[in-house]
Design a protein around this ligand. Structure first.
Ligand code: ATP
Ligand code: MG
Length: 400
């Protein structure tokens, strides 16, 4: 047993001693069998939520309506979820109403793909009711049961399928793929927030070429915000060579460059995707910086405006354009910038105002910005006397 599973062992044992069934389930079982690192250990049990809470001292109701209770141990916290079915679906979304059941089989039946429908008991036996192990071996992504029914029940599963392709490099079983092609338009019923999560994972997988190609070929992209006219561009994106994209902001930046969007369109597009303002701010800075960097070397002013972290983030993206990033050079250039913000300038706004006897106005910040750029570019020393001399010259010209 891997370490992560061992930590949860006492929880499963306690449930069993009390007469309930308990198993490891979901993505962690899949990832362990694939020798991949796991993030969260999910436990499924026949005990109802109230029964789980009675057994353990410290619990938190994280999703009691869905049967999930968080059990807190000294070492870690674990989500324990009651076996359940999701029989009544409305609007092609996951139902808000679930029914708790005592049968593991019923619980595994409602899961999306065979590789996600495996359970492992405390003795290490794998319960494999839908031939998930064979699909794991053959690297096949197959819906549990009738794929048409399953995607019709919950259209988000189509996006999940594509992101698993992108992360695992599995192929879609033909009937599963066909069903996605048939129901792609149902994605319009799913909330943008939930599609966003899956789309970002889709962009960030190690096998994004296969994932994005299926995204286009199944026509799912048509029912994602703002992508309707970008089938061709998405295929170009899919063909970029290079490692898995490390961060979300880099993924959006590459996408925007491949879709050739300008700043106004980026803002609009990412708002439609319900991206955070922070992310939109970063991407609208990174896109022009990458376009600049694809043509020119870094200069002090560009680096200064972008900041160290975003510049490194942009430089890394050269990989995807068959160029070698030079991160060390950015660190060095940045280290030797004369100043890092307007606050570091040896001349302050009030000093400019006092020195020149003009009425308050936009000329003050204008002057400071000119000085700032001159200093950053190394054309002017950052000392008060020199800055004042330069400012005098500048204002003489401006005011005449
Ligand atoms: P990840 O490694 O990204 O967490 P995961 O497979 O664990 O992948 P989760 O969203 O954490 O994905 O879901 C846990 C499990 O719950 C899945 O493995 C699957 O069995 C089930 N599941 C999740 N979402 C759905 C869904 N929309 N329909 C059916 N089953 C689902
Ligand atoms: Mg998970």
């Amino acid at each position: 047993f891997p370490l992560e599973f061992q930590g949860a062992m006492p929880i499963l044992r306690k449930l069993q001693t009390a007469g309930y069934e308990a198993y490891y389930v979901g993505g962690s079982v899949r990832d362990i069998l694939l020798n991949k690192p796991i993030h969260d250990v999910d436990i499924a049990t026949s005990a109802f939520p109230a029964e789980v809470k009675e057994l353990f001292h410290r619990t938190i109701d994280v999703g009691i309506d869905h049967g999930t209770v968080m059990v807190i141990t000294k070492e870690a916290t674990y989500e324990v979820t009651t076996f359940r079915t999701e029989s009544t679906y409305q609007d092609y979304r996951r139902p808000d109403h679930v029914e708790f059941v005592r049968s593991l089989k019923e619980d595994l039946k409602r899961r999306d793909f065979t590789i996600n429908a495996l359970a492992v008991g405390i003795d290490g036996t794998v319960i494999d009711l839908f031939d998930g192990l064979e699909d794991l071996r053959n690297k096949v992504l197959r819906a549990v049961g009738n794929p048409h029914e399953r995607f019709h029940e919950d259209a988000l599963r189509m996006m999940r399928a594509l992101r698993f392709v992108s992360h695992l490099g599995f192929t879609l079983e033909p009937n599963t793929f066909e069903a996605i092609q048939e129901y792609h338009s149902l994605l319009a019923k799913i909330s943008v927030e939930r599609i966003n999560v899956e789309f970002v994972k889709l962009m960030m997988g190690s096998f994004r070429e296969a994932g994005l190609r299926s995204f286009v070929e199944s026509e799912c992209y048509i029912y994602c915000p703002g992508l309707r006219n970008y089938g061709e561009a998405l295929l170009n994106f899919s063909e970029l060579r290079g490692p898995a994209i490390p961060t979300e902001r880099q993924a959006w930046t590459l996408l925007m460059v491949m879709l050739d969007m300008n700043i106004t369109n980026i803002r609009h597009f990412m708002k439609e995707w319900k991206c955070s303002n922070q992310l939109i701010r970063e991407v609208t800075q990174m896109v022009p910086a990458l376009q600049f960097r694809l043509k020119y070397e870094w200069d002090n002013w560009t680096l200064y405006q972008l900041g160290r972290e975003l510049a490194l983030s942009v430089e890394y993206l050269l990989y995807y354009f068959d160029r070698e990033p030079n991160l060390a050079k950015i660190r060095l250039l940045y280290q030797y910038l004369p100043i890092y913000s307007l606050k570091d300038l040896a001349l302050k706004g009030n000093e400019v105002m006092e020195h020149f006897d003009y009425p308050r106005g936009p000329w003050i910040s204008m002057t400071l910005n000119v000085l700032e750029q001159e200093v950053v570019e190394g054309k002017l020393d950052n000392n008060k006397e020199e800055l004042l001399v330069f400012a005098e010259e500048f204002l003489k010209k401006e005011m005449s």
